[in-house]
Design a protein around this ligand. Structure first.
Ligand SMILES: [Zn+2]
Length: 102
């Protein structure tokens, strides 16, 4: 999973424990890696160094590196064998992932 330094977000592996997610609406048909909760600076950030959650989720399309913003409700977990690790398409199996025992 790619890492982003400039884009602020808070990881939450307990909530987002699936290997990838399918998005409702825009981005449908493609798997997304969830980065975590989007966070922004507020008036205290300058001295506290703390960022606050916006309630939105940041995710990047599998095979891409640009973060997009989602509502948590619009993201549904997908199993690793159900998406392609190269192009990100759900249902594509042209990556080398071993699906034989699933
Ligand atoms: Zn593919």
């Amino acid at each position: 999973m790619p890492e982003f330094k400039r884009q602020h977000y808070e990881k939450d592996g307990a909530t987002f424990d699936a290997p990838a997610y399918a998005a409702n609406g825009w981005g449908r048909g493609v798997a997304w890696y969830v980065l975590g909760w989007e966070t922004v600076a507020d008036e205290d950030t300058e001295w506290s160094g703390e960022y606050v959650r916006t309630g939105k989720v940041l995710a990047v399309m599998v095979g891409d590196d640009r973060p997009f913003r989602f509502d948590e409700d619009d993201l549904k977990p997908v199993k690793r064998e159900d998406f392609c690790g190269e192009c990100g398409q759900i249902g594509c199996t042209h990556d080398a992932y071993d699906r034989s025992d699933t």
